[in-house]
Design a protein around this ligand. Sequence first.
Ligand SMILES: [Zn+2]
Length: 498
Amino acid sequence: MKHFFTTACLLFALATGARAQSLPATPAQSEGFKTISEYGEIVAFLNEISAFADVRVIGSSVQQRNIYAVEFPKGSFGKDTGKLKVLIFAQQHGNEQSGKEAVLLLISELSKPGYRHLFEQIDLAVIPQINPDGGELNQRRNAKSTDLNRNHLILTEPETQSLHAYFDRNHFDMTVDVHEYSPFGDSWMKYGYRKNAQVTFGALTNYNIGGNIRGFEKKTALPFVMKEVASKGYTTFEYCPGGPPGVDYIRFSTFDINDGRQSFGSQGVLSFIQEGMNGEDMFTDNLEIRATSQLSGLMGFLRFAKENSVEIRELVRQERALISSKTEGSEVCIQAVHKSDGTILPLPLVNIRTLKDTTVNVSDFRPVVHCLKNVEAPFAYLIPKGDKMLVQWIETMNFETLSKIKKGKFNFSTKQITGFYSVDFEDDTIQLPQTVARPSGKFNLKEYIILPVNQLKGRIMVQALEPESMISLATYPQFTYLTENRSIYPILTVSRKK
Ligand SMILES: [Zn+2]
């Protein structure tokens, strides 16, 4: 592995032009990265930082720890609507410590006066720990054993609820979700080679997210950020889970909207994942390099955001307008598969025994998300007010509702469940209901909440509420009652009479 820069050297390079000023070191930094920054130390650190940035409590965890957001520039975050709004959040997974450490280093770095130029174009919010309980326990999940990065659709956890409420209040244009990957699993050890990139980056993959946004991320943003990281002496590659070659295929990100990046991306935002490489002990091993390499990626993203702020804002504006006014009648993909397009992936690996770099050509590489089933988005869905689970979900999701509609202008249909069929969803076999649409018959509109699809979360809504969607609400244990052991799906569909 190449790491030509020590932390001090890197930070100096990043802050070129800044006056030397005594700034609070991060807790791990002041202990030489021999140990992680613990929650109590982070609270003290953020208290010192509040002289340079606004520190806000945006919610609390299962065990009542605060979730903090640090907002730059101090005193004026969110006030100038002409600026690009960027959100960086880390440690959804508690045992991925370096994301948090990098974000703390970032906060310290950006507190220097040399970054005024950056904040003339950008308002930045950074959340070091979405999952402070998991962080303290060095465990992936939160204190209720929920994987927060599989919770962005049903939003049952206080941590994801806090993040989404904060996102909704601030209308961010760009987000980066910071993680770590571990290349040290058994199957790789057996294979004899492992992945070796110190920082990897992933773009949006959900089929329903506009091609302009996905294309701009992949063709413009990722190469820019990867070049920045390489220029600081770190190894980097595109985020591509799966493998080892010959054992399992390699693809890009999941297209499921239950993770942080696709759920925000589905709302017309430029959204990314950054993954550093975890240590062999999944804790403090190699922590300094892990944190500083991730920091170089975050600085790359900020530089990209600054240099492209006008184009990003325009892309986001167009995409949001499209979702908010034209989701109705559009084709929404509800079943998809990762597919090969014939590309062979040259995957950089390292020999586990000799530590020599090598490149393996991966033939089972599936970079394309191919849609298998579409639906035409209706005008609205009707949610029975008597269903407490659904009513609570609608409130948490912060959907817009309509108080009334003219019944005579619409057709109302229901879906009859005639059986179940199996589909492959990212290596799991799942059961989906076979449905047939039928006119609804008589019902009292007052007993339903009206959810129009023409709203910022309209595409999410269609993928969540269509019963044959492979990423629908009904695929979660809490919501299987919507389709199991019943002949009629309880959510009605509203379409305009033609
Ligand atoms: Zn993770």
